[in-house]
Ligand binder design. Structure first.
Ligand SMILES: [Fe+2]
Length: 330
C-alpha cells in the first residue's frame, strides 16, 4: 500500500503499522526522511531506507562458490538483490572472466580489483530482456574481449562469436570454460560449463524453473527448443554438477549469504515435474505471465539499436525480473 506524504499521513500509517516498527521508502531517500520526522512525532518507531529505491537497485551481495579442491580457479557469484539477477566472476591467478554483468559495471571493476584480478573476458549468456546489460561497456572500459552469441542478433560489431563448443581460456588454461548452445529462452542462449563441474546456465535453467520462451521469437518454436535443450543437458551433464543460474527468485534466496546453486539432479527432478514436452501448453501458460517492465526498450538497448542513457537506467529496470517459467512452488 502506497501512503504518500500529505494530510492524514501519520494517522494512516499508524492504522496500518499497528504498533510495529516502520521503514519509510521513497525513490531517493529524501522524502522518506521527512516521513520519519512526521511519524516520530506521532509516536512511532521509524527508520528510513537510506538512498531509497535507487540505492536498493544498486545493492549487490557476493558469495564465493566452492570450487572442488582438485580443480583450479575461483568463482564469485554477484547478486543484484532488487532484480534477482546473478552475475559471475571466474578467476585464476591474475585474470578473470565476468559473465552476465549488469549495467552497474563499477561493481565488477571494484570486485575484480579487490580480488586481484584483471578482467580479460566478458560474456553475456544471451540477449537480456529484463535488465540492461553491462557487458559491452565493461569490455570496452577494461579492454577485455567481449563474447556474445550471434544468434541473438546484435546490431554492433567488435565481439567474438560464442558458439557451441567454443572455449574461453584464462591464463595457462587451468580453468576450462566451454560454451554449450542451449536455445529456448532465446534463439542464441548459451550456457557455460566450467571445469566440467559447474554450469552457468544463464536464463535456460533456474533452480526451480526455466527461462520463459516468449520474450524473443516464436513462442511455440522456442518452447520446443527449450524442451530439447533441457533433455540434452540432463542427459549429458554429470548429475552432481552444480547449476548456477542468472536469476534467483524466492525470498529465501534473497536473504541467504550462501551462493545460490543446486546439483543438476535436483534441478532436473523439479523441472521434469513441470512437463515441458508440449509447446502449445507452454505457450498457454506463458501468455498469462506479466512481461518484464519496458522489455522492448531494454532489448533495443541491449541489441545496440538504441543508446544507453544512465539517467533512465533505473527507471527502465524497475520491477521484478519476470524471466522465469516456474516449475512448481518450492
Ligand atoms: Fe533472460
Amino acid at each position: 500500500m502506497n501512503v504518500p506524504l500529505g494530510s492524514g499521513f501519520a494517522s494512516r500509517v499508524k492504522a496500518i503499522a499497528n504498533d510495529n516498527h516502520v521503514i519509510t521508502v521513497c525513490r531517493t531517500g529524501v522524502r522518506s526522511l521527512h516521513a520519519v520526522n512526521e511519524l516520530q512525532e506521532a509516536g512511532l518507531f521509524v527508520k528510513s531506507l537510506r538512498g531509497g529505491i535507487v540505492a536498493w537497485s544498486n545493492t549487490y551481495v557476493t558469495s564465493e562458490v566452492h570450487v572442488p579442491d582438485a580443480l583450479s580457479g575461483r568463482m564469485i557469484q554477484m547478486r543484484r538483490l532488487s532484480k534477482g539477477c546473478t552475475s559471475y566472476l571466474i578467476g585464476d591467478r591474475k585474470e578473470c572472466v565476468v559473465v552476465d554483468p549488469s549495467s552497474k559495471i563499477e561493481e565488477y571493476v571494484r570486485t575484480a580489483r579487490i580480488e586481484g584480478f584483471r578482467i580479460t573476458h566478458v560474456v553475456d549468456t544471451h540477449k537480456h530482456a529484463d535488465h540492461i546489460s553491462g557487458a559491452r561497456r565493461l569490455a570496452s572500459t577494461t579492454g577485455a574481449q567481449l563474447h556474445l552469441s550471434p544468434m541473438d542478433s546484435y546490431c554492433f560489431e567488435g565481439y567474438r562469436p560464442l558458439a557451441d563448443a567454443t572455449s574461453i581460456g584464462l591464463e595457462n588454461d587451468r580453468v576450462k570454460i566451454m560454451a554449450i548452445h542451449t536455445p529456448g529462452h532465446t534463439q542464441g542462449s548459451m550456457s557455460l560449463l566450467v571445469n566440467d563441474r559447474m554450469l552457468l546456465s544463464g536464463d535456460t535453467l533456474f533452480l526451480d524453473g526455466v527461462g520463459r520462451p516468449d520474450l524473443q521469437g516464436s513462442v511455440e518454436e522456442s518452447a520446443r527448443q527449450l524442451f530439447r535443450t533441457c533433455e540434452k543437458l540432463f542427459d549429458e551433464l554429470d548429475s552432481e554438477a552444480m547449476v548456477l543460474p542468472a536469476h534467483f527468485g524466492s525470498n529465501e534466496d534473497l536473504m541467504t549469504a550462501a551462493p545460490i546453486t543446486a546439483p543438476v539432479s535436483i534441478v532436473e527432478a523439479r523441472i521434469r515435474k513441470a512437463d515441458l514436452s508440449d509447446p502449445a501448453s507452454i505457450a498457454g501458460r506463458v501468455c498469462n505471465l506479466p512481461k518484464p517492465a519496458n522489455y522492448e526498450a531494454i532489448l533495443k538497448i541491449n541489441s545496440g539499436q538504441a543508446s544507453f542513457d544512465p539517467s533512465v537506467c533505473d527507471l527502465l529496470e524497475e520491477g521484478p525480473n519476470r524471466c522465469a517459467l516456474a516449475a512448481e512452488a518450492r
